[in-house]
Design a protein around this ligand. Structure first.
Ligand code: NAD
Length: 382
């Protein structure tokens, strides 16, 4: 039994990667049997999977082997990275991911997998809806008419559609989740595939207090960020929900990149000057998640504040760099327990956004809470 429910046999692809590794930990902690598959083992600690196979999932035979005997598939394997990596590798990345997703779906259908979850991205949303810093939060139906991010975003949109066809025609019980910037400990923090929170934490940790760091772009571009514990909790809840259409998984706390740097500096206890490099890729001007559907379907939403999440992330990255003699003082204060608080929304209550400790973020220059569609800027209610 797993948490009062029957233990399931689960495949996590991409189990050597950031989100996949955390997901394996959660599923194992809940008593499920887990097989992990990836091209590589996790970078920072051993996998908790019952079985871990190194395999290239672009190969259809490997996909058939991977799904053998499992009931649930979480498909997280993807060739991906930060904005620099994605911008440089449109052809190879698109090809690799199309192959993985097409072969994984076919293998799942052939071996009668019971539930299949595909991990998509906010990069599917049209760039014409993301051309301002004070962007409207993106709703699921905004994805079409389409104009997604070149390469990576087009592939995600295509694979969402392919997943839907396997549901409609092949009877596969599918889920499709669109992540919005997931971050946290045990994630890549250098080498080109790291995302902005990890890259900024690394730069701040390595900087001498009072010096400067490089920031990609103008620093005014905005994003929302979701802590890893909330992300994997949301994945498991979505799998259990039975909801088949695409759904956002992120937070709706919008912050500029400069605001993110300020927040990391505050967590780090450092004062640093920002040197903006406009020659570096910076993606869309603004991107935020509309969580109305998430709240309705899951009766839950991520609630770890950005400050708490960054504190955990920064402390972990600082520790790694310190072990290599690269981190500069001060040593960050010990991490408070983050993401232990979860919010359940009773069905009978009107939907409200939990605010947790996020309010402190409002003091950070560059941190903006966006009014939602159809509302006049009252950000305490939906
Ligand atoms: P990650 O790069 O850490 O993990 C992906 C894993 O897939 C890697 O370990 C990689 O080795 C593996 N992989 C790549 N090609 C493979 C192949 N041919 N065969 C087997 N394994 C292969 O990325 P992540 O952040 O853990 O992302 C997981 C999923 O979530 C991906 O589908 C990604 O596109 C999606 N996503 C992530 C974010 C985010 O903010 N992290 C945002 C949007 C979408």
């Amino acid at each position: 039994m797993a948490n009062g429910r029957k233990a399931r046999r689960v495949l996590v692809t991409g189990a050597g990667g950031f989100i996949g590794h955390h997901l394996v930990n959660l599923l194992r902690a809940r008593g499920h049997w887990v097989r992990g598959v990836d091209l590589k083992v996790p970078e920072f600690e051993a996998s908790a999977a019952n079985e871990f196979t190194l395999a290239d999932l672009r190969d259809p035979e490997n996909c058939l082997q991977a799904v053998k005997g499992v009931q649930d598939v979480y498909q997280l394997a993807a060739d991906m990275g930060g904005i620099g990596y994605i911008t440089r590798n449109h052809a190879s990345l698109t090809r690799n991911n199309v192959l993985i997703n097409a072969h994984m779906l076919e293998a799942a259908r052939r071996s009668s997998v019971e539930r299949y979850l595909y991990t998509s991205s906010a990069c599917v949303y049209p760039s014409f809806l993301q051309d301002r810093e004070d962007v409207q939060p993106l709703r699921e139906e905004d994805a079409v008419p389409a104009d997604p991010e070149k390469g990576y975003g087009w592939e995600k949109l295509f694979s969402e559609q392919l997943t839907t066809y396997f549901h409609e025609e092949g009877g596969l019980d599918t889920r499709i989740v669109r992540f919005h910037n997931i971050y946290g400990p045990l994630g890549t923090y250098e080498g080109g595939r790291e995302k902005s929170p990890a890259a900024i934490c690394r730069k701040v940790a390595e900087a001498v207090n009072g010096s400067s760091i490089e920031v990609w772009g103008s620093g005014e571009q905005t994003r929302s960020y979701c802590y890893i514990d909330d992300c994997v909790e949301g994945l498991v809840r979505l799998m259990d929900s039975g909801y088949n259409r695409p759904i956002n998984l992120g937070t709706d706390e919008l912050i500029s990149v400069d605001g993110l740097v300020n927040l990391v500096c505050r967590v780090a206890g450092k004062r640093l000057e920002k040197v903006h490099n406009l020659s570096k890729p910076q993606g869309v001007r603004g991107r935020n998640s509309d969580n109305a559907l998430l709240r309705k379907v899951l009766l839950w939403e991520p609630e770890t504040s950005l400050r708490d999440g960054l504190q955990g992330t920064y402390t972990w990255i600082w520790g790694h760099l310190q072990a290599q003699g690269r981190a500069k003082p001060p040593e960050p204060v010990p991490v408070r327990q983050v993401a232990a608080r979860r919010v359940e929304i009773p069905l009978s209550q009107p939907l409200r956004t939990p605010r947790g400790g996020v309010a402190s973020g409002l003091e950070i220059p560059g941190h903006v809470r966006m009014p939602r569609r159809g509302q006049g800027g009252d950000d305490s209610s939906l």
